[in-house]
Design a protein around this ligand. Sequence first.
Ligand SMILES: [Zn+2]
Length: 594
Amino acid sequence: MKSTLRVLLLLTLLAGALAADARALSTPFEDSDGRRTPTYDETMGWLAELADCSNQIEVRSFGFSPQGRSLPLVVVDRDGRFDADAHRGRTDHVVLLVQACIHAGESCGKDAGMLLLRDMIEKPELAADLLDRVTLLFVPIFNVDGHERFGPYNRINQNGPEEMGWRVTGQNLNLNRDYLKADTPEMLAWLRMNNEWLPDFFIDIHSTDGADYQYPVTYSLETRGNMDPGLTAWTLEYEAAMNQAMTADGDPMAPYVAFKEWHDPGSGLKTWAATPRFSQGYAAIQNRPGLLIETHMLKDYPTRVEGARRLVTHTLSWLNREAVQLRGLVLAADSATASPSFRTEPFPLSFDLTDSATTVSFDGVAYETATSEVTGGQYTRFTGEPKKMEMQFFGEHVPSVTADLPEAYIIPPEWRVAVERLEAHGVVFRRLAKPVELEIRTSIFSDAKWEERPYEGHHPVTFSSESKIETRLFPAGSVVVDMNQRAARVAAHLLEPQGPDSLVKWGYFDAVFERVEYVESYVIEEMIPKMLEDDPDLAAELAERKAADPEFAADPWAIRYWFYAQTPYYDSRVGIYPVGSLDSRGVVDGLPLE
Ligand SMILES: [Zn+2]
């Protein structure tokens, strides 16, 4: 009797344990038949349960959001090597970072990742195929505060799940515009994590907005000139392999769908080189290939989750086979960027699309132009009928803005806003041990115009600039950024003023444009007669200026300031970029550095 009871008890306990495991291993997405995506707390709880089931998974935090939520980082490694240090210097193994919910309403990557993690734990043979030479870092929710602005009405264009997070952070900032300017605590935490791991490949998972078409998954890869050539060639091979694998599954994918003319499918398809405010554009300038996944928002939620899961799985499988080659190319790109030969060609900061096009076959949806009786506006109405289309594809880009990179940049220590960002991005620098007078190349800005409406909490500025050589005394503590370093592309994008995401353009140097000392009218008016008397050419110059510019001629204050500008009292620093470029290796090597 006693032993029967014991056996029964044991069986009950065993059944209980199995039930607990089964519960832990089905995801909230599955439990709701694909209708729900879990909240932050549910996600964290589920991941903790999953980690309890396996010694190959560790759930970590890479920082905290402004609202105090932990930023989750799941590390999956078959050998339990959960520290970045354990992977440094390895040549036969790669680290893949997969990120979801940077736009928290676009949650398919979170659910796809949870399914994939569970499957890899349940099926050791799958883990062997995917993780033998790959360590997986998974960020299920990057925008954690936006994610908890949870509700059914956050994505008007999107077909499910029932409720979802919000696009931007608690501070109303879009993390996928913040990569280079790094304003948000979330991004600063992400950059620390990225610097620590420097993942060899990066995937950022979104759901798109935009047109209707048949593809459940579209993607973008940086193959247009903004990444190291070796990595670009590898990425083209990867792209072909992924297209082949997704087609073999019965669901082909297409490059990110953007029409040449906004909302006009007839204008053809175009690609672009992402600027470093975007995740994959940023990865590119850190010498790491990145994949942007955009599942199609009109497809039902399970289709989107499944599409993302398949593409991440195919990528893992490819990386597992290609680990040695990719790792070699990544390390080669790092040393090529750090070598002097990197600076022999002008560095492309931004690109223009050319008019050159090919014709591609596109699995579209039939459309017509409709006119609204209410708004009076015309719009493209998709009929829902699948239609194979021949479309023009514009995919050729040429550099539109380039910079001659210096041997080093030098930044006066008071421009801490720039120095802090260099530090956040892992750009290496040293400081002057004592003051040094140096001849530098810099820029003088004019025609500055600020955007009237805020964009990402800034009023970005556009300006003209001219190169200027000057001799300047740099105080002790000035920051010297030697460009012989792997992060040279990042430094150039931050510090070259004409870069699309430069610190100047985001407004971090706005104070440079301000004139802050003034002249009283009675002071300058009484100086003017003497100035005209002392300099016989001045009257002629004034007459010329007046003739050329009637507005100036009619504005006494403009004329007074014209005279003020001829005096030594005028602020000669207005509009001059504080950052200097040093073009001589000998000078850089001779600097007294701390
Ligand atoms: Zn998005």
